[in-house]
Design a protein around this ligand. Structure first.
Ligand code: SF4
Length: 546
């Protein structure tokens, strides 16, 4: 049986090591578990570990790389090492990066998986013995859904995006936990645990380039199953996002599987767990409809399912003792109501929650396929703050159909966000992604090139910096990760309930502890300095600390 090494290249960009990369995603862990279930010997390594020990590539038959569109540079480097060290082994690609035709043309690979892999794996492994056998058979069978083969001639046989896995299949496998200990300072990293696969927003942007919307309204008010297809083939969801195309409608994982995974992660010393979902409030909503959950705002959240999930996770020893913190990822403003905010406050008080506002112009929100209005966002921020969560808000600039008036409306809401307790605003530039409605639009100019956007950029930077000053003299619990590579007299630490990186001047013997620190100074809009007060807990770790 083939021995497979999966290299996690997600967010590694061109391959430079980032000193504050503190995220361990779910995709590579899930694929590791799936391949093990087919009998393969699998090692999952973070990019840094693979690059630092190239000779280990000799121990494997297959290199599998998981990456995003922006990581092509890092992937190229991994493959170069592999081809040099391992002359006979094959190269397999997976992750959102494989949707980008340019990266597939450019990279030297043998097989790539497009989209979700559960059903594709089942189809190919039941028909062909191994990954090598697929390569030998491709000339007879042609394109298979979910699979891309690069022939020795360079020709590409592309079967398109793989089928979405049904809920029972999603629930069959618990993502791999042991390999988390291979990631640098895993104990301090945010480890993502999937609770919802896919997105419920099957609205479409109001108009896409020359393909004018027919206004049939199927995607907004039609029967749930029919919202999957649009007569003019506009991809579903927000115009800039590929989640609904790749992952389909929202499906929730069972409470038992999520609890088992979180328990196992807590046992190995993971302190920061993020429940991953394009919208956490979709959790259990799919159980309220007979059809596919393709409506982002109706029915209302499944409060009972959310309550049971969070209660189950809160009962895990390390969570109840405050060693492991649970937080949630994104929410859609249109799903927030008082009952939901109260439940989130019961279990997640003091943690960060990200709210996708994107713009405060309702005109633009409709044009880009967002389901929420500006007043939904304001209400969501207000309710979440009131019940003790710490809202972070996403804003975007440069999206198609945006005009200066839209930016001005958003500018006018910044003070409102401040007064309602928003802790941070994340302003990002629209990036056209493959397989999205806006995939063919150009990447816009940086914010500083346009007076209105430059003003927004300045205001957001000032906002974030001012919020950091409010932290000065506050005592926060942090988990100490590593030496700070730019100045080894400092240690990098992360607030256990999330927040800016805290640099602490202390001995390396404090690495691997949870400690109380007093914030003493603001370094930038992303970084603060702190003084160590006392150690609260020394973690039991499964990795040698350097
Ligand atoms: S389904 Fe397509 S054509 Fe109909 S309203 Fe939605 S985007 Fe327009």
């Amino acid at each position: 049986m083939d021995r497979i090494v999966i290299v996690d290249a997600n967010a590694r960009g061109r391959g430079r090591r980032l000193s504050t990369l503190d995220v361990i995603g779910v995709g590579p862990r899930l694929v590791a578990s799936l391949l093990k279930s087919y009998g393969y010997h699998v090692d999952l390594l973070p990019y840094e570990l693979f690059i630092s020990n190239p000779s280990a590539a000799r121990d494997f038959d297959v290199l599998a790389v998981s990456y995003m569109v922006s990581d092509v540079g890092a992937v190229r480097r991994i493959i170069e090492i592999w081809r040099k060290v391992n002359r006979g082994g094959i190269v397999v690609l997976g992750g959102p990066g494989t949707l980008d035709a340019n990266s597939l043309m450019e990279l030297d690979f043998d097989i790539a998986f497009k989209g979700e892999v559960e059903v594709t794996f089942s189809n190919i492994f039941s028909r062909y013995g191994s990954l090598y056998d697929i390569l030998y058979s491709v000339r007879e069978v042609g394109a298979l859904p979910g699979l891309v083969i690069k022939l020795p001639s360079g020709e590409i046989v592309d079967g398109g995006i793989g089928p979405w896995a049904p809920r029972d299949v999603v629930n069959r496998i618990v993502p791999d936990v042991d390999s988390v200990t291979k990631y640098p300072y895993y104990w301090a990293s945010r480890v993502y645990v999937e609770v919802v696969r896919g997105c419920s927003n099957f609205y479409r942007p109001a108009s896409v380039g020359g393909d004018a919307c027919l206004n049939c309204d199927v995607c907004r008010s039609g029967p749930l199953n029919l919202r999957i297809r649009c007569p003019i083939n506009t991809p579903p969801g927000c115009g800039y996002c590929s989640v609904p195309v790749i992952h389909g409608p929202a499906r929730s994982r069972d409470i038992d599987g999520v609890t088992r995974e979180v328990k196992a992660l807590a046992k190995i010393g993971v302190t920061r767990i993020v429940l991953s979902a394009p919208d956490f409030l979709d959790y259990g909503r799919d159980l309220l409809v007979k059809d596919l959950l393709t409506d982002p705002c109706n029915p209302k959240p499944n409060v009972d399912a959310i309550d049971r999930l969070l209660a189950s996770l809160s009962s895990i020893t390390e969570v109840s003792e405050g060693i492991t913190t649970i937080s949630i990822e994104n929410i859609k403003p249109c799903l927030i109501n008082e009952e939901v905010a109260k439940i989130l406050g019961n279990y997640l008080r003091g943690t960060v929650v990200y709210i996708g506002v994107e713009s405060c112009s309702d005109r633009l929100l409709k044009y880009i396929g967002r389901p929420s209005t500006c007043s939904d966002s304001i209400r969501a921020v207000e309710l979440l703050s009131r019940y003790g969560l710490r809202p972070y808000v996403y804003l975007m600039h440069g999206v198609p159909f945006e005009c200066n008036e839209d930016i001005k409306i958003t500018l006018g809401c910044i003070d409102k966000f401040k007064s309602l307790g928003v802790e941070k605003i994340v302003l990002y530039r629209f990036t056209p992604l493959p397989c999205t409605a806006f995939g063919n639009y150009p990447r816009p100019e940086p914010a500083v090139m346009n007076p209105a956007k430059a003003k927004l950029y300045r205001l957001v930077t000032e906002f974030n910096r001012a919020q950091k000053y409010r932290l000065v003299n506050r005592v926060v619990d942090v988990v100490i990760a590593s030496r700070y590579s730019r100045n080894p007299r400092y240690l990098v630490s992360y607030p256990v309930r999330h927040g800016p990186v805290v640099l602490v001047r202390a001995s390396t013997r404090f690495i691997g502890t949870i400690a109380a620190v007093r914030i003493s100074e603001v370094g930038s809009d992303r970084l603060v300095y702190g003084e160590l007060i006392h150690v609260k807990k020394r973690l039991k770790l499964y990795q040698h600390i350097q």
